[in-house]
Design a protein around this ligand. Sequence first.
Ligand code: ATP
Ligand code: MG
Length: 731
Amino acid sequence: MNLNERQQEAVKCIEWPLLIIAWAGSGKTATLTARVENMIKNHGISPQNILCVTFTNKAAREMKERIAKNLWIDSTQIRSFKDYRLPFMGTFHSFWVSVLKEYIEILDYKKDFIIYDTADSVSLIKQILREMKFEEKEFPPRKIQTYISTAKNSLLTPSQYEQYVDSSFKEVVRDVYHKYQKKLQENNALDFDDILIKTHNILQKPEILATYQERYTYIMVDEYQDTNITQYEIIKMLASKYRNLAVVWDDWQSIYSWRWADMRNILNFKKDYPEALVIKLEQNYRSTKHIINAANEVIKNNKNALSKTLWTENCEGECITLIEAPDDRNEAKKIAEIIVEQGRPYSKNLVLYRTNGQSRQIEEYLIGAWIPYKVVGGLKFYDRMEIKDLLAYLKILYNSQDSISMKRIINVPVRKIGARSLEVLDEYKNNYDLSYLQILENIEDVEDLKWAAKISLANFYTLYRELRKKLNSLPSLREFAEYMIQKIWYKDYLKWEYSEAEYDAKIENIDELINVLSAYEWIETIPALGQFIDEVSLLTDMDQLSEENDFVTLMTIHTSKWLERENVFIAGVEDGILPHIRTIGNQEELEEERRLMYVAMTRAKEKLYISRAKERFQFGEYMRNPKSRFIDEIPLVHTQEIWFTSEVSFFWDLNFWWNLSSSPSSETFQKVIKTPKIDNDIASFSIWDRLSHPKFWIWIITDLNGELAEIAFNNWGLKKMNIRIAPVKKV
Ligand code: ATP
Ligand code: MG
């Protein structure tokens, strides 16, 4: 690769502080790599004096391999960070751990400390709450963990936290925090936050700091825009003696403020190193002109951005395709169709969305079109915890013998049914060959159970019976599910158990599940439940498709930062989704959303599709979201539009009305209220007719008996439905 002039300038600047301001795909990582090579190869700088910090382990590995190759080192021999022929290259995290491994003893820890992940931290907090006789219900452990983590990231010790205590909840947090730190120490354990904080503490010792200053005389940090204030401080201390710090800054790609990344660090850098050489890398090597110019125009609307102009010598390319679909189903279907039509290897396609819940609809249509896919950095929809819980409820209500589902939910939400009680139930089950429900029915006869456990189990049985009764009486599966979620206090349970952000994501998924269930509106509740459970099993069966190597990648925009693909789809680009509804009205947060849009757009090398739906099922209701403001920021010269009407017949008569009174503008959030009102003419259908259906595309009638038809769809099996009221159309 021939580096361009600016890149070369950065590579040559090795004895001076350096600020590389750059764009996505402009060769930042490539430049840093070349700079390290230049230091070692041409200037005889010892690799041991170089510290290079990257944002992901993957990036570090790639850089290391490239450098090893150019320095004629067999990369298969590179072991961890210790290889003396190569510099220290790794994430902040791995660097902190290396410091701790050397010096943690001064903090009364032993060198063989262990690291607790978040789940471990939460269990420790649970244990402390029990000891302090606090109810988990009142003081949810996960929430306390978040509070403690925030305190730690603001460098507050338990005693310093005192000054922020302004509620009884925070008083408990403070007390738990004290005990938590003590217990971590007793267990010779560190949590994730400690790794950073303890390193900070250790480097306060002048003699240790001096050792590191002498060791790492050349320091480099990639993706500097995503560093937080403590990371900034540590780097500043390390570099303060030789003042040889090079950072790469791409403020337009800063999307981690929720992880405490602090954009002000760039101002700090300029203050700390007024003499720094500033180099702008403005040539993009990744994307076509249309994509680059469009992304440029979007990001320009952010006030808090350093001025940069990006250009590329790459070809003009195709215009960005804007897709406006009548609803979210059609949006997903269109994406699947385009992937098929294009006929490119699946692996050239990347589908991005703002929130996890959006993947479900897209997954379903990819499966329908037999397109293998993988959801990266997240679980497939039906593998998500909250969806699995609710499915387990539905399954056990449908089939009372389903012991796996029963075990999953008997104590979810928490009902004080412990492991011991379950063991007793299992013994009974095996000895007498009974189902759990049969045992629950006669729970008072079960010996070996404590009185309290019996009451809990009896209550659960009552709940089960009530749900069963409602299943018979409520008119639709959707209504039943909504009732059930409320009846079992599921949302409250999530609220207590999880932090706000996790809770929101889970609620989005639950709303999406309700959306799925509303596709069964025309079938009676119990048969609908049966059909739904069958279909879900089919969907999960088809997971094996993803075992192939050639697959479409699905992920949230946040996860996509390090990636590039020929074709990129950004789905659901609507005000309320991207930008996220929570951020509208807050300038700073809105700008971060715009950066997300920018990151998403710049993943595309050749072709970018941006789609939105005029209506979508969201927050448990049909919504009309306005077109995202970010779409309007793209000049028309870069776009072409696909605008189409409903291809899949709707299960609702389009006899809907919507509430215009909320705002004078039609481009605003609107609820759409729809009423099922289908009355197909039975006489017009006959056997072997082909039908279209909003969810399953094409069906064939294989048997017809009055209103009741048996219908086949490829090898998805046969289904029975009442075609008078089903949302089907002859094709
Ligand atoms: P990101 O914003 O995704 O982190 P980046 O700015 O770090 O991207 P790189 O990953 O280093 O960019 O480079 C992007 C692509 O451009 C790579 O495929 C790289 O090989 C190519 N590239 C970088 N510089 C040049 C150059 N001077 N000539 C040709 N190709 C280049
Ligand atoms: Mg990079």
